[in-house]
Design a binder for this molecule. Structure first.
Ligand code: ZN
Length: 217
């Protein structure tokens, strides 16, 4: 399959994001995946089953919203249906990151949302909700994740599995994935030694409004 130079910088970004996911301990081995929406409405996505430090950027797959590979020699991530479902359902989303970060995955196994015990949760929404269990790579998982990601939510947990974080760009989605892990860790630690105080809906609304203003500056 011919290399498509127009996707070069986005492919490099996907490779770098994968390496950063490992570095920040958001996933291990070949787990997790990252994608970004291209200017022409397609999706650049991590390949399936290749260690992040062995991915040649020119071989990173590009798929259509139907999941059909249109460029890149490597097969796309097995979670491609989850990524394309989010792009199809949320026009505001330009990038999607899926991780297996340990503290957030702990809450995913409890099937418990991460509540607003840290103010940083406001980047993700009022809480990080849980999408019901479905096998990895399935359409059912894709639909469940999209349902959990309402308009005002930038991340959800995937029951017994991991995390899905979205954003306007790859940096935003990656930051949201880091924030989810941080909030999960803080809630876990606070619960281990006491009874964490959860911010009220009004308090979180105020934070969300403040963050929106900060980002628009
Ligand atoms: Zn996964």
């Amino acid at each position: 399959m011919a290399d498509e130079p127009r996707y070069r910088s986005m492919r490099e970004m996907i490779v770098e994001t994968g390496l950063e996911m490992i570095e920040q301990e958001l996933t291990k081995g070949t787990g997790g995946n990252a994608s970004a929406r291209t200017d022409d409405g397609n999706v650049v996505i991590s390949p399936s089953g290749v260690p992040y430090d062995e991915i040649p950027p020119s071989e990173v797959p590009v798929v259509s919203l139907d999941g059909e590979r249109i460029a890149g020699d490597l097969p796309p991530s097995s979670e491609t249906p989850m990524h394309t479902a989010v792009y199809a359902g949320r026009e505001d989303v330009g990038a999607v990151i899926h991780t297996h970060s340990p503290y957030a995955s702990t809450f995913a196994s409890l099937r418990e949302p991460i509540p607003a015990s840290s103010y940083l949760i406001a980047y993700a929404g009022h809480e990080v909700p849980v999408a019901g269990y479905a096998p990895p790579g399935s359409e059912e998982l894709a639909n469940g994740a999209l349902d959990a990601l309402s308009e005002a939510t930038n991340a959800c947990l995937l029951a017994n599995h991991g995390v899905l974080a979205v954003g306007e760009g790859v940096r935003d989605a990656f930051e949201n994935a880091l924030i989810v892990e941080h909030c999960a860790r803080i809630h876990y630690q606070a619960s281990a030694i006491g009874d964490p105080v959860v911010l009220t809906d009004e308090e979180v609304d105020e934070l969300i409004a403040g963050f929106a203003e900060y980002r628009s500056q």
